[in-house]
Write a protein that binds this ligand. Structure first.
Ligand code: PAF
Length: 280
């Protein structure tokens, strides 16, 4: 397994692979790899000849008061996991190489970026779309793999790839969960023991929503109210948002009809966690 730090060397590697007719599977990450990332790597390994994982804690997607500085970084541990899981290349660029001082270009996927998490994290999805567009141009993947846990991110990247005619197939794979239902996230590392126990309330709220829908409840407001009540009973939980939206447009829907996304963000102490489920 190679660790490539230079953009030019990465582009040359991909160019040479593709010249030989090889398919490149790409898993963009910010490191602190967990089973969720490994499930993406596994699928990329199965479907492609060459697997590239990028590890880049992208400053452009963090707000000034967010956790950029404390975001977990452990290249050695991540590299070991990548090697064990059959990764061919880790692309590990510096922030200076990705965003030199004269940098001016940003990708903004309108409407989809300003709702849900975009409301409480202004600029976040512009940072994500910009870095993913750059990474696609550098790595030149045949297929790129993202987790359903970041449903809004996946929707935005899909839209961007279509709108900009990027020659990459975007694959979105199911959320991987702990035994008790908590969605895997690098940010789970921030939780204290007590908070970790309480964090299960996000997936419990989604379970409750699915149960209500199965029982015939169609009204979004009623489902959201029940979810709110459940989450508010926790000591450390503070709701950022709970929304039921159209899965494609991310616009709120008053009733469950067609494919809907039920998404929520909840602060557990000082850690903001997200989760979601589809319903129809
Ligand atoms: O999901 C993530 O880890 C990041 O948002 C991504 C896609 C690697 C872009 O920095």
């Amino acid at each position: 397994m190679k660790i490539i730090r230079s953009i030019k060397v990465m582009q040359d590697y991909s160019g040479a692979e593709k010249k030989k007719g090889k398919k490149i599977g790409f898993v963009p990450t910010m490191g602190a790899l967990h089973q969720g990332h490994l499930s993406l790597i596994k699928r990329a390994r199965e479907e492609n000849n060459s697997v590239v994982v990028s590890i880049f804690v992208n400053p452009a997607q963090f707000g000034p008061k967010e956790d950029f500085k404390k975001y977990p970084r452990d290249l050695q541990k991540d590299a070991l996991l990548c090697k064990k899981n059959g990764v061919d290349v880790i692309f590990y660029p510096s922030a200076k190489a990705m965003y030199p001082p004269e940098y001016k270009t940003h990708v903004n996927v309108q409407d989809l970026s300003s709702v849900l998490c975009g409301k409480s994290r202004p600029g976040h999805f512009q940072g994500v779309a910009t870095v993913v567009a750059k990474l696609f141009n550098i790595v030149g993947p045949t297929r790129a793999y993202f987790g359903q846990k970041d449903a809004q991110q996946a929707t935005i990247i899909n839209r961007m790839a279509l709108d900009l005619n990027l020659p990459v197939k975007v694959r979105v794979l199911p959320t991987i969960r702990e035994k008790d239902g908590l969605a895997l996230s690098s940010r789970n590392l921030y939780l204290s023991q007590e908070e970790r126990k309480e964090a299960v309330v996000l997936s419990e709220a989604l379970k409750l929503a699915r149960k209500l829908i199965r029982a015939g409840e169609k009204k979004s407001a009623a489902i959201i109210a029940a979810m709110r009540k459940l989450i508010s009973s926790g000591r450390n939980a503070k709701i950022d948002y709970i929304s039921i939206v159209d899965a494609k447009t991310l616009k709120p829907v008053p009733n469950i009809s067609g494919k809907c996304l039920i998404a929520l963000a909840v602060w557990i102490g000082k850690t903001r966690l997200i989760d979601n489920t589809y319903a129809s």
